[in-house]
Design a protein around this ligand. Structure first.
Ligand code: NAG
Ligand code: NAG
Ligand code: NAG
Ligand code: NAG
Ligand code: NAG
Ligand code: NAG
Ligand code: NAG
Length: 483
């Protein structure tokens, strides 16, 4: 590149960004979709051409372990190229197993890898030096097979070391088997690994953390209080007394499941409503409903044995927060200070126009969201597709798994585009430092599009970022031309 072009690129770069992270990286990877980022944040494409990347987790040497659904576990070497740039120079198969489809965990000491299929959860002895397992896998939990919702998310509790938490969804949109606690459908359980003698049976063993949870794919533990929170994919295609209300209801959920360290909570082991009761999002469109946002209501034909009274908070546990219907939350990840929880929204098939397809953050304080349960603005959008409405047909990225690297940079997988992104703060601060306290608050200007029922109108924020993105496109174009 000649001196004039260099100067032009630098000038443009300075115009686009502050000093702290580079305005562009030398990476030649091209995002399949056009990301739109909130002011103060930067998104980088780190790796692509993966096969449906789902759960992700760093090992203790900084390799990113990725579950490629239907393939197995792959270790990506992640290189920090400085100034907020990352690349992935090589990758290696860690476990080859077509049945692995989502769940992944790593022991605190980095020596045990966990992953799951629809049927079972397994562990392997693992070494980050070689990115390899040794010996045969141990089967930890079995008997989880059902159709439709087939992911089994894994989480090791830090508040209660040795407890492995496993989430299991329903076998259909409205699964009547989930009404029977003995089926194990739509439940979250914790299994004690320290005294395990043989594989646990999901249906009959384990500590019940909650049931009536349709498909809670994301789960995490607040690192300060030990409070467990899951994010739920709620029902599609539903009616109430003959009226189709699926466009504006029900809310996707953030559920509070109590603690594992011995602190008592009435939420632990409670019924959260599914398949009878659902959380209100747009209260106006629910016929004959007198509740507030976040309160539960009955669907189908109402009667003496199917009523809102049976969905009252005294009967079933309400969600702690609701999100716009059909956004499909798939992961939740707390920052170290417990001041923010990041949530991926995979995106919708049952909403016209499309909604979700984004990464948002929820402010937390003292083990709770800062927003009340009636809030419709708790999820603040940080990274989304530029034109979400087009996502039903276009090549949008679809956020799935989240992980922190050792420096507090957030990494995110997108299954349909086969990509891994890094999300940074433009001023160079760790992404993990953003949260409810004053030094790192998430940008107020980035209020979520989920605050409106349309959910997909590009906000002025997104438009502004889009302008930035087109400047970036010019930059990249120039570089491509001159290099
Ligand atoms: C699954 O659980 C059910 C109910 O406890 C039991 O009857 C069945 O044998 C179990 N299946 C397997 C494969 O463990
Ligand atoms: C797990 O089992 C061990 C050994 O029986 C026990 O000491 C520990 O309290 C159990 N943990 C929990 C959280 O129940
Ligand atoms: C392990 O301890 C838990 C209590 O934490 C208990 O419920 C479970 O049955 C024990 N498992 C075995 C195999 O003894
Ligand atoms: C659980 O952890 C929280 C946060 O450290 C602490 O406040 C609480 O006392 C613990 N509960 C028990 C029973 O130890
Ligand atoms: C309510 O009762 C009717 C008639 O007995 C029955 O068909 C229906 O399945 C019941 N609904 C629920 C939710 O129990
Ligand atoms: C507030 O955020 C800063 C970083 O922005 C962090 O260092 C500090 O620990 C946080 N304080 C609390 C109480 O979370
Ligand atoms: C570009 O992005 C930066 C940081 O991401 C933001 O501060 C600035 O306002 C944006 N500029 C435009 C024109 O949108």
């Amino acid at each position: 590149m000649n001196a004039l072009t260099s100067a032009l690129v630098l000038a443009l770069a300075a115009a686009v960004q502050g000093q702290s992270v580079a305005s562009s990286c030398s990476s030649t990877l091209q995002s399949k979709a056009t990301p739109s980022v909130a002011p103060g944040y930067v998104a980088r494409l780190v790796a692509n051409k993966l096969e449906s990347p789902r759960g992700i987790k760093f090992d203790d040497a900084g390799n990113l372990l990725v579950v490629e659904s239907g393939v197995g576990v792959t270790a990506l070497k992640i290189r920090d190229d400085g100034e907020g740039c990352f690349s992935s120079p090589s990758r290696k198969t860690v476990v080859s197993d077509q049945d692995l489809n989502h769940g992944i965990e790593m022991s605190e000491d980095g020596s045990t890898l966990y992953a799951s299929s629809t049927e079972a959860a397994y562990s392997w002895d693992y070494s980050s030096d070689t990115q390899a397992t040794s010996g045969k896998p141990q089967t930890l939990v079995t008997n989880m097979t059902n159709s439709d919702h087939t992911t089994r998310t894994l989480l090791l509790s830090k508040a209660a070391p040795g407890m492995l938490i496993v989430t299991r969804g329903s076998t259909s949109n409205i699964d009547s088997l989930a009404e029977n606690i003995a089926t194990g459908h739509s439940q979250i359980k914790a299994f004690n690994m320290t005294n395990m003698t043989s594989a646990y049976d999901f249906q009959t063993d384990g500590l019940l953390l909650g049931w009536g949870l349709r498909n809670d794919v994301g789960i995490d533990e607040d690192p300060i209080t030990g409070a467990l929170y899951s994010v739920e994919n709620s029902v599609d295609e539903m009616t109430r007394n003959g009226v189709d209300i699926h466009q504006s209801n029900p809310g996707e959920e953030l559920n509070f499941l109590g603690y594992l360290n011995g602190t008592q909570s009435s939420n632990q082991g409670r019924n959260f409503g599914y398949p009878m009761c659902y959380s209100a999002w747009n209260t106006d469109t629910i016929p004959d409903f007198n509740g507030e946002v976040g309160e539960q209501f009955a669907i189908g034909r109402l009667g003496s044995n199917n009523s809102d009274a049976m969905c009252a908070a005294s009967q079933v546990q309400d969600a702690r927060l609701v999100f716009h219907p059909h956004m499909a939350p798939l992961d939740i990840l707390f920052n170290e200070a417990g001041t923010a929880a990041w949530v991926t929204f995979h995106g919708s098939w049952d909403s016209q126009p499309a909604v979700g397809y984004k990464l948002s953050v929820v402010n937390f304080e003292n083990g709770e969201p800062t927003e009340p349960s009636t809030s419709k603005t708790a999820a603040i959008d940080i990274l989304s597709n530029e034109d979400v409405a087009s996502c039903a047909t276009a090549d949008c990225f679809r956020p799935v798994g989240l992980a922190w690297n050792a420096d507090g940079v957030l990494f995110m997988s997108s299954d349909t585009t086969g990509e891994i992104y890094a999300i940074l703060r433009a001023n160079g601060d760790a992404t993990s430092s953003a949260g409810s306290n004053t030094t790192g608050t998430v940008p107020a200007g980035a209020a979520s599009s989920s605050s409106t029922d349309s959910g997909s109108q590009p906000s002025s924020t997104n438009m502004a970022s889009a302008t930035n993105m087109s400047v970036w496109a010019v930059l990249f174009g120039l570089l491509a031309y001159t290099l």
